[in-house]
Design a protein around this ligand. Sequence first.
Ligand code: ADP
Length: 482
Amino acid sequence: MHVLAVASEMHPFIKTGGLADVVGALPAALAPFGVTVTTVLPGYPAVLAAIGAAEAVAHYPDLFGGPARLLRASVGSTRLLVVDAAHHFQRGGGIYSEASGREWGDNWRRFAALSAVAASVAAGAVADYRPDLVHAHDWQAALTLAYLRHGPRADLPAVMTIHNLAFQGGIDAGLFPQLGLPASAFAVDGVEYYGGVGYLKAGLFYADAITTVSPAYADEILTPSHGMGLDGLLGDRRGRLHGILNGIDTAEWDPASDLAVPVHFDAHDLAARARNREHVEQRFGIASGDGPLFAVVSRLTWQKGLDILAATIDDLVAMGGRLAVLGSGDPAIEAAMFDAAARHPGKVGVLTGFDEPLSHRVQAGADAILIPSRFEPCGLTQLYALRYGCVPVVAHTGGLGDTVIDANQAAVAAGVATGVVHDPGSQEALRSAIHRTVTLYAQRDVWTAMQRAGMEADFSWRQSAARYADLYQSLLQERTPA
Ligand code: ADP
């Protein structure tokens, strides 16, 4: 089966978050199930550099304001179709925002362009390529399904995956004519969303199946508090909604072989982690100490609850903890983290920016990772932490609750505890979770058992890839005329 995936980021070519990891890992995970994935990606400078010389397999004289080509490339076993459109994708700054952090004003057009090209491929724009199914990821790819349903291959099965419902993509109705969709698409049974155009809404409406990245989040988004305005539509389509837990790439994230990690280790040899911790301490300017070294590897945003953490750092230090923060985002949260570092020299260290190798080293050296998210569709950071013997301290929400087993008395006694779970959204709950963590850390046997239980848990793609493959197969059958 040939699946055409569409996404705005993909590891190892371009990454701002978990979306890239998932889009990057799924093709290899699906291969054993007979699924061949080709991914349509924007031709950002980093992507063009990664693919090198590539064959142009389609041309677009005017792709929303300029000429474009579609480049076909294989990098290792990864098959790509790259939208080479300089006017949309070759610019400095970030992939979604200017260097100042302000979103590009034409993101609506850039990702409509990505989606229109993807739909053209589904409809046969590449002479020797006929996908059986289209799989769009997040709002940037969601209009693919609108173009698909209003094009010559409207019958192709299509899947829409929600990685984060907080990002929906939308424009005023006045811009709708520029999207090149038929007027009939501007309807509630179409792309219209509260009088404007909703990109993710459109994808959810036109999809044969909607997936999201954990079973808990699939339930949560049906409620007004987590549905972000789309709970009504999702409720209408609940029979088509599937929560499939993200996996991790266990070859890339393997503490026994990770090239980014100074000293390799496994579940039977945790002592080596001490030297990795020293490395993290040095890098973040933190002195050694008896209490646990906590870490954050994250976007610094309200969603991630890191304002709550910032307000709890004095307590963390008072309890004997130390903290290394790797991340950037909301300027107020960044400033609060730097203030805390200034108040607690040698105890709290902050590095901003996006540093993939350092994120591996932090997981390999820190004792515990803090993820106090207000909501979390799946979360990958806690999965990497589990695999690296870095105990996750997480809010009970979305995929965090699905993947971390709280160290309550019964779970500790049974030897199944893997982390510390607390209520989301409250400073008091986070403070008490940090206190519990410090206490558990002091009980060396209990702590080591938690590390081992986490490291031995299976969060590989195996089971989840099988679920995607089954879903694809069932949609193919459903769409095949009897
Ligand atoms: P989200 O996609 O909401 O940001 P996830 O936990 O699903 O959260 O995925 C975050 C991904 O981004 C993980 O791979 C994590 O290691 C990585 N990451 C986050 N911040 C940084 C950073 N500053 N440097 C390197 N990697 C980071």
